[in-house]
Structure formats: structure tokens, C-alpha cells
Design a protein around this ligand. Structure first.
Ligand code: NIG
Ligand code: FE
Length: 365
């Protein structure tokens, strides 16, 4: 079965303008007109690659409505709030965790996300981290072990880097650690991340979110795929990301929801760092699955142009996950794309909060 999509305004991230594309067996097989089994007329609508949300925490119990309300009346966000979700997650059975995570993933798909990563990190025992990742694997193939989210019992780092990693590594493609005051220091994060790397996992770091710190430099030292958050960066941090080719994954809804300063996207882009945009969907700091909202915020608050933001939400996310066949629509790519009820991708920022998704195509379907 082959399908010709034509009459749209295509953003592919290729060098040549594209006026039509052909999809077959879940891939983009040709740019331009061709004889196919089926023709879809796009009537001038914009087409962009499916969004790649490279940073989410979808496996959790409970919610944090009251903490959010308290923040709106002035309470600051601190890493310790994570513990209330840990308690709720431990009390939630696997089926309920899965139902919630699938619901959020379906919500993400409706808003144009065709690839997503998700993490453990609200279990923090061998049993609860392992079952969190078992649930995560039923949602997406891109799963990250975040046992080093907040410290639990004494000796916790050794547990994470030892028995917990051993139990979780077969269910994960990557490892992450929260390098922050109130979470783990740089030596603890290095211990955990090196152990994960030795087990064959890709590395991400929750870095420089709540204040300046060593997380970004650690990501560069370890050759991580991404440093995530990057809210508080020195010039040396920006240079380290550029020189080590670590993707800076920015999650502006976390700043929106915690009423914090936004990440310095302009400094990163102007220095030549690859930037990804992600939702960071989680019940504490960023309870959204909407990449269109992230894009709108990135344009308004981070100083990104609409095309820079859409690139970061697609090709940037793919780079953060080490994936080559998503995030663009060149020949050979997965046929993952979003048809917008809009003449250009700029409308994602120009019409904030409006559902502009006309159709989501994933693996050609
Ligand atoms: O990415 N920074 C650490 N982890 C999450 C927040 C977790 C929570 O508050 O539940 C984040 O923002
Ligand atoms: Fe996060």
C-alpha cells in the first residue's frame, strides 16, 4: 500500500523544497509526485515531522494539585515534593499505573507526538523501579532508568548503581540522574551514570534545573546524549555542551509551572549547541503532554523563532534520543508526521492553546 500526500506545505528539514511525498511500508520513500494506491490532498495545510518528546515521566500514582495551588500563592518548588509522588506510586498497582501512562501517551499522540521517551523515578525501590519500567516499556521503546531521582535510604547510591541497576537495565535504553541540591551531588551522579554506561545504557542528566551546578559539566564529561533542563548555565557550561556535542533539552513548561526563570535558549543556539524541546510531563513541575504548548512558550519566553522551536521539538528531540530515522521527513525516515489545520508551522505559536492538529500519521498509518 503506497500513499501520495500532496498539496501541503511540507517542512522536512531537507535541503530541497518538497511539494509532495510518498509513504510506503511506514517510511517516506519518495519526494514528489508518483503513481500510488491512494492520494491524500492536503489543501494547503502545513505538514511537520511528528514531535519527538525526549523527556517525560509518565509512570506515577496520584497527583500534586495542592502543591501546584500552593505555588500559585507563592510557595517555591523544591526537589522534596517528588517524595509525595513516590509514596503514591508505591501504593498504586501495575494496571492503574499503566492505564494512567497510556492515557497520557494517547493524549500526547493526539497533540502530534509520534515518538516519546519516558522514565522511572517514582518507585525508588528495586521492586518499584522495576515495575515502573515494565509499565514504561508497554508505553514506549524509549525508557530511562531514573533510580537516582531523590535519595531514599542510607546507602541508596550503592543500591541504585548495583542491585537496582541490574534489575532495571534490561528494561531500559538509558539512565538518568537528578544532579541538584536536595537530590544527588556530582560524585553520586557520576557513580550511578558510569555504572549505567557500563551496562550499555545511554546517558541523560537532569542538570542545572534549580540553580547553577556541576550537572551540565558531568553530562559533557560522560558524553551524555543530553543534559536536561539547563535553566542556570554559565558560559563555561554552554561551551562544554557545544564542545562535547551534548544536546541541551529544554523543558519550559517546568519553568512556567514552577514560576522560575526560563532557560537561556538564545545563548545555547547562538553558541551552536543542539537544542531539544520536551514536555517533561510529570505531576510535580510540568503536567502537560502538549508539544504545541511547549513550542508556543519557547517562542514567547525563550526567544526562539518558530522554525527553531519546531526543529528543536522534532530533530532536536531525535538527537537527544540518538535516533536517526525520526524528527525529519527525508527519504528513508519513518512516516511520522503531523498535518496542521494551519498554513504554516508558525501558527503553533501564533495560535497558542488552540488544537491545530488535523491528522497525525505514525508509521504511515
Ligand atoms: O524533571 N527534576 C526532577 N524531576 C522532575 C520533577 C519531579 C517532580 O517534582 O515530581 C522534573 O522536573
Ligand atoms: Fe524531568
Amino acid at each position: 500500500m503506497s500513499t501520495l500526500y500532496r498539496g501541503g506545505s511540507f517542512t522536512t528539514w531537507g535541503d530541497e523544497p518538497v511539494t509532495a511525498l510518498v509513504v510506503q511500508d511506514g517510511r517516506v520513500v519518495h519526494h514528489g509526485e508518483a503513481a500510488t494506491d491512494e492520494v491524500v490532498e492536503l489543501a494547503g495545510r502545513a505538514v511537520v515531522p511528528g514531535f519527538v518528546d525526549s523527556h517525560t515521566h509518565l509512570v506515577f500514582g496520584g497527583d500534586r494539585t495542592e502543591e501546584f495551588e500552593a505555588r500559585l500563592s507563592g510557595s517555591p518548588y523544591a526537589a522534596g515534593g517528588i517524595r509525595s509522588t513516590v509514596a503514591a506510586t508505591r501504593e498504586t498497582d501495575d494496571d492503574s499505573l499503566l492505564r494512567r501512562a497510556l492515557h497520557l501517551a494517547a493524549e500526547a499522540r493526539r497533540s502530534g507526538t509520534t515518538t516519546l521517551e519516558t522514565k522511572s523515578g517514582y518507585g525508588l525501590t528495586v521492586r518499584d523501579e522495576r515495575r515502573s519500567l515494565r509499565v514504561a516499556r508497554l508505553v514506549t521503546p524509549h525508557t530511562t532508568f531514573l533510580g537516582a531521582h531523590v535519595p531514599d535510604e542510607p546507602g541508596y547510591v550503592d543500591l541504585v548503581a548495583g542491585e537496582m541497576l541490574e534489575a532495571c537495565a534490561p528494561l531500559a535504553t538509558a539512565i538518568d540522574a537528578f544532579c541538584e541540591t536536595g537530590a544527588f551531588d556530582v560524585d553520586e551522579c557520576r557513580t550511578v551514570l558510569l555504572a549505567g554506561q557500563a551496562a550499555g545504557l545511554d546517558v541523560h542528566v537532569h542538570a542545572n534545573q534549580l540553580g547553577p551546578g556541576p550537572g551540565v559539566q558531568l553530562a559533557a564529561e560522560l558524553g551524555a546524549l543530553s543534559a536536561d533542563h539547563c535553566t542556570h548555565l554559565s558560559d563555561g557550561d554552554v561551551a562544554a555542551l557545544r564542545d562535547a556535542e551534548v544536546v541541551a533539552t529544554l523543558v519550559p513548561v517546568a519553568e512556567f509551572s514552577t514560576r522560575s526563570p526560563y532557560a537561556p535558549a538564545r545563548r545555547l543556539l547562538d553558541a551552536g549547541v543542539t537544542v531539544a524541546l520536551a514536555t517533561d510531563c510529570n505531576p510535580g513541575t510540568s503536567f502537560t503532554t502538549s508539544m504545541p504548548f511547549v513550542i508556543a512558550l519557547a517562542c514567547r519566553e525563550l526567544g526562539m523563532s518558530p522554525l527553531e522551536a519546531v526543529f528543536a521539538a522534532t530533530a532536536g528531540g531525535a538527537a537527544a534520543l540518538g535516533l536517526e530515522d525520526v524528527g525529519h521527513l527525508n527519504v528513508g525516515a519513518r512516516a511520522d508526521f503531523v498535518v496542521l489545520e494551519a498554513p504554516s508551522p508558525t501558527w503553533l505559536a501564533y495560535r497558542p492553546g488552540v488544537d491545530l492538529v488535523h491528522r497525525v500519521v505514525k508509521d504511515g498509518a
